[in-house]
Design a protein around this ligand. Structure first.
Ligand SMILES: *[C@@H]1O[C@H](CO)[C@@H](O)[C@H](O)[C@H]1NC(C)=O
Ligand SMILES: *[C@@H]1O[C@H](CO)[C@@H](O)[C@H](O)[C@H]1NC(C)=O
Ligand SMILES: *[C@@H]1O[C@H](CO)[C@@H](O)[C@H](O)[C@H]1NC(C)=O
Ligand SMILES: *[C@@H]1O[C@H](CO)[C@@H](O)[C@H](O)[C@H]1NC(C)=O
Ligand SMILES: *[C@@H]1O[C@H](CO)[C@@H](O)[C@H](O)[C@H]1NC(C)=O
Ligand SMILES: *[C@@H]1O[C@H](CO)[C@@H](O)[C@H](O)[C@H]1NC(C)=O
Ligand SMILES: *[C@@H]1O[C@H](CO)[C@@H](O)[C@H](O)[C@H]1NC(C)=O
Length: 415
């Protein structure tokens, strides 16, 4: 006979084991069983935007600006679009940058661990849903739509990795019955292209070879050189579409986190092809630009004060900040609940977003954010800074920014 105590601990152990095999580390049999019934979902919509009607965000990995500039495929693509010369990733390593692109913060993440971000943190999916703008992700070598495991295949060389999948990190996405089905295998991209069922916002993650992570920039350049040109010729794909090719982060941690980024697609006016744009941007600028383009609210986090892509800012009349980047690295992390390094003591420190004030996109703050965080003091001056900074650690403090509106100069400095 087992004692009650032993039964209880056996029960807990079984529960813990069940948890690890089904979510983070499923068995191959479980993957195959789930794959047999997983149905990708491809909603469509046609909500007109100010500067584009569709946005495709394609992320390559871990390469310094100058290394990418030396690749002939990237140089060739830049001639077809606008090269952003002052676009910055926000931290290291990979995963917090992907997280930032979806939720407007890294939450102190300084690792590539298995994370599930609580349901009261909102993402771009919530912004799109306010206007029923269809969205999806295409993740190369993901075994099936909605897969939540850490990696695939389960052993051997990685092809698909969860850390490069922005929306799967959020309980507000994965707890939903439908949303996980919009996080699809890359093979579904070609089906959606064929059936004219591409979403208006898509995030594309090539596998660990094609995205340069386990290879190099030449391999990623070859991949894009094959993948993109036919799409840019495809009327259905390219019509009013803006494509961003960027990088999660630089490879070298000791230099500014400036990454080579190109805007492409049919939404680019002919006269801007082959030009450069030296406006200061970060990954947060993309969320702000999507909001400004489609008239969506802000998440109230670092997207709120972020500069907006010039193509969109020119339509809304927003005046972007000039940022003095001479001492700006954006290569550190800062206190937050997802840290497991020096800031891991901040485990309960979920940053509070802004719930009042004006954001660069000009359409207020998402209702659920206002409701959830009502009356709390925002952790940072999200509404007034185009640069993410941290006053606790002193990271990115003392960065000056300025702009001139109607002949009047405004200045600011990060704390
Ligand atoms: C959000 O959820 C986290 C985790 O459950 C919790 O610690 C935090 O207090 C919640 N925040 C608010 C404002 O409800
Ligand atoms: C997922 O994609 C890979 C290649 O990207 C393909 O080999 C595999 O069959 C796909 N799986 C499903 C379920 O479509
Ligand atoms: C990555 O994708 C390419 C096709 O796009 C495929 O040839 C390759 O086998 C995939 N996986 C790895 C680990 O390279
Ligand atoms: C990338 O690796 C290939 C060999 O796999 C090599 O031919 C190429 O020169 C490398 N590119 C760079 C930029 O190092
Ligand atoms: C491209 O967009 C224009 C409107 O900007 C529209 O008139 C045209 O029909 C579209 N072409 C295709 C093939 O969708
Ligand atoms: C960030 O860059 C500075 C300047 O090169 C360097 O001293 C620091 O160690 C870097 N931080 C990280 C986390 O690598
Ligand atoms: C941030 O807000 C504080 C007051 O809450 C203010 O003193 C400071 O000037 C603000 N900083 C910026 C950069 O706006």
């Amino acid at each position: 006979m087992f004692s009650k105590q032993t039964l209880l601990s056996l029960g807990l152990a079984a529960l813990a084991a069940a948890k690890t095999t089904t979510v983070e580390n499923p068995t191959e049999a479980e993957v195959q069983a789930a794959r047999a019934s997983a149905l990708p979902f491809s909603p469509v919509s046609n909500v007109k935007g100010l500067a584009f009607n569709r946005f495709a965000n394609i992320w390559i990995e871990n390469t310094d600006f100058d290394t990418t500039a030396g690749d002939e495929n990237f140089a060739k693509l830049a001639k077809e679009g606008i090269l952003l010369t002052n676009y910055h990733a926000v931290t290291h390593p990979s995963e917090p940058n992907y997280c930032a692109s979806a939720a407007g913060d890294t939450f102190g993440m300084d690792n590539d661990d298995f994370h599930r971000i609580p349901a009261n943190v909102s993402t771009i999916a919530d912004l799109f849903d306010t206007k029923r703008i269809s969205w999806g992700e295409y993740q190369e070598d993901m075994p099936y739509a909605g897969f939540q495991g850490f990696r695939y295949p389960l052993s051997g060389a990685d092809e698909y990795v969860r850390k490069h999948n922005p929306l799967v990190l959020f309980d507000s996405v994965t707890n939903d019955a439908v949303r996980p089905r919009q996080i699809k295998n890359f093979t579904t991209f070609y089906e959606d292209l064929k059936h004219h069922s591409l979403p208006q916002h898509m995030f594309i993650t090539p596998n660990m070879t094609n995205d340069a992570h386990d290879s190099n920039i030449t391999v990623a350049g070859d991949f894009l050189g094959r993948f993109l040109p036919p799409l840019l010729e495809n009327e259905y794909f390219t019509n009013n579409t803006l494509v961003l090719v960027t990088f999660d982060e630089t490879d070298t941690y000791e230099i500014p986190n400036r990454v080579y980024s190109i805007l492409l697609g049919g939404a680019i006016p002919e006269h801007l092809k082959g030009t450069t744009d030296d406006t200061f941007y970060t990954h947060y600028s993309i969320i702000a630009s999507l909001s400004a383009n489609w008239g969506l609210p802000s998440l109230g986090r670092w997207d709120c004060g972020a500069n907006i892509l010039r193509l969109v800012a020119e339509k809304t009349g927003y005046v972007n900040w000039d940022v003095d980047t001479s001492n700006l690295y954006l290569n550190e992390t800062y206190p937050g609940p997802l840290s497991d390094g020096e800031y891991s003591v901040y485990e309960d420190y979920w940053p509070v977003p802004a719930t009042t004030g004006r954001c660069s996109a000009g359409h207020g703050i998402l209702d659920i954010v206002k409701k959830t965080y009502h009356g709390r003091k925002p952790t940072y001056n999200y509404t007034t800074s185009p640069v993410p900074y941290d006053s606790v650690s002193g990271n990115s403090a003392g960065i000056k920014f300025s702009r001139t509106i109607n002949g009047k100069k405004e200045t600011g400095i990060t704390e």
